[in-house]
Write a protein that binds this ligand. Structure first.
Ligand code: NAG
Ligand code: NAG
Ligand code: NAG
Length: 373
């Protein structure tokens, strides 16, 4: 049950990709250009994401990694059942191992606290809206963060959860200090990974959390002293809860009470560009979850007009793809302006494993705002 981070599992993927012959498959696929096109694509990538390398050797090595990543993107594209597109991203010049160290959970920093799962809203038969997007409440969802050189998705997801709940419940729009959550946890330097509930325990232990402005983010692995005693608190929480592992209940809770955190298998994210990711338990293991993010809404994609299929069966309803909207912490240049979507209703990539949220009100007190459709 303990979450473990295995960059080696990510590596295994890469090795599988290599085994099937990167160069051979590259020229065969439309994503895999001829060497000249590859160089052009790499140049474009460097311009787009402002990358430069100190030596020609390093340049050559990064070009190689870039080619491997394109082949990997092609493989993900073939595996995906949804509408997602994979390809060049800000991480296209990183190996799986480098990426895992920067963006995965480096360590399992403690077990799940002994807490029962709390059933969401009291009335289980209460209907769930078709769509909900908390981003439409101005100020409720803070700007997209960037973990930079720090392995702290867990603290950023927790911070986003607390900020959203303060906005929705009290109309107080705050940015809370991620650095305080990293410095003041019981496990020491939070840049080496952690779990969302540890951030909540830290907020409870310190009777609140400082503002981002007073206690700014450092984005590095160096240990910093905890300044919780002397910082002014801008937000606090009553407690935190685990939600049931049921997507309908999660949607209902999300629509009624606000954004929650989830921890997923991030296998598909490094090379994700846009669209709805739909995976199966064999392509994206729902038990191996290694990345925490903020769930901010849900909806349904009706647009995919599957060309020939629609023509040959005109009476069929257009296909719709129900999805979750998730806020990542990899900068706004990644994904759909920092967000991504996962298929809803199939436990894609383990989204139901750890749905956790803080509470800023007494149980069952509904917020002032409801979720915009
Ligand atoms: C591009 O990267 C260089 C260092 O590699 C940095 O000095 C410069 O500020 C960056 N420019 C932008 C626009 O981010
Ligand atoms: C929160 O941070 C963002 C980006 O840094 C900034 O634009 C916004 O004004 C801040 N909000 C508050 C309430 O400080
Ligand atoms: C709570 O805070 C104190 C310092 O104020 C610290 O010594 C202790 O380790 C913290 N406990 C937890 C569970 O974070």
């Amino acid at each position: 049950m303990a979450l473990t981070a295995h960059p080696s599992c990510l590596l295994a993927l890469l090795v599988a990709g290599l085994a099937q012959g990167i160069r051979g498959s590259l020229t065969a696929q439309d994503l895999g250009p001829q060497p000249l096109e590859l160089k052009e694509a790499f140049k474009f990538f460097q311009r787009q994401f402002n990358r430069s390398y100190l030596t020609p050797e390093e340049h050559a090595r990064r070009l190689d990694i870039f080619a491997h990543n394109l082949a990997q993107a092609q493989q993900l594209q073939e595996e995906d059942f949804g509408t997602a597109e994979f390809g060049v991203t800000p991480f296209s010049d990183l190996t799986e191992e480098e990426f895992g160290q920067l963006y995965g959970h480096r360590r399992a920093a403690g077990g799940v606290p002994g807490m029962g799962r709390v059933v969401g809203p009291e009335e289980p038969e209460e209907s769930v809206p078709h769509t909900c997007d908390w981003r439409k409440v101005a100020g409720a969802i803070s700007s997209i963060r960037n973990q930079g050189n720090c392995n702290c998705c867990w603290a950023m997801a927790a911070a986003g959860n607390i900020e959203a709940l303060w906005g929705i419940n009290f109309l107080k729009f705050v940015n809370v200090s991620v650095q305080e959550l990293l410095d003041c946890g019981r496990c020491g330097n939070g840049c080496y990974g952690g779990y969302v509930w540890e951030a909540f325990l830290t907020v409870l232990n310190n009777s609140g959390v400082a503002s981002e402005r007073d206690y700014p983010f450092r984005a590095n692995f160096r240990p910093h002293r905890c300044h919780a005693k002397t910082s002014n608190k801008v937000a606090w929480i009553q407690d935190f809860i685990f939600l049931p592992d049921n997507e309908q209940r999660i949607a209902q809770y999300l629509a009624t009470y606000g954004p929650i955190t989830v921890t997923i298998n991030m296998k598909y994210l490094k090379l994700y560009q846009k669209g709805v990711i739909k995976a199966s338990p064999t392509t994206c293991d729902p038990q191996f979850v290694d990345h925490s993010v903020l769930l901010v809404g849900f909806g349904s994609d009706k647009s995919e007009g599957m060309g020939a299929e629609t023509v040959s069966s005109p009476s069929r309803h257009p296909r719709s793809t129900p999805y979750w909207i998730l806020k990542n912490s990899w900068g706004a240049q990644w994904g759909e302006e920092g967000y991504f979507r996962l298929h809803r209703g199939s436990n894609t990539c383990g989204i139901t494993k750890y749905p956790v949220t803080a509470r800023v009100q007494k149980p069952n007190v509904k917020p002032q705002l409801s979720c915009p459709p």
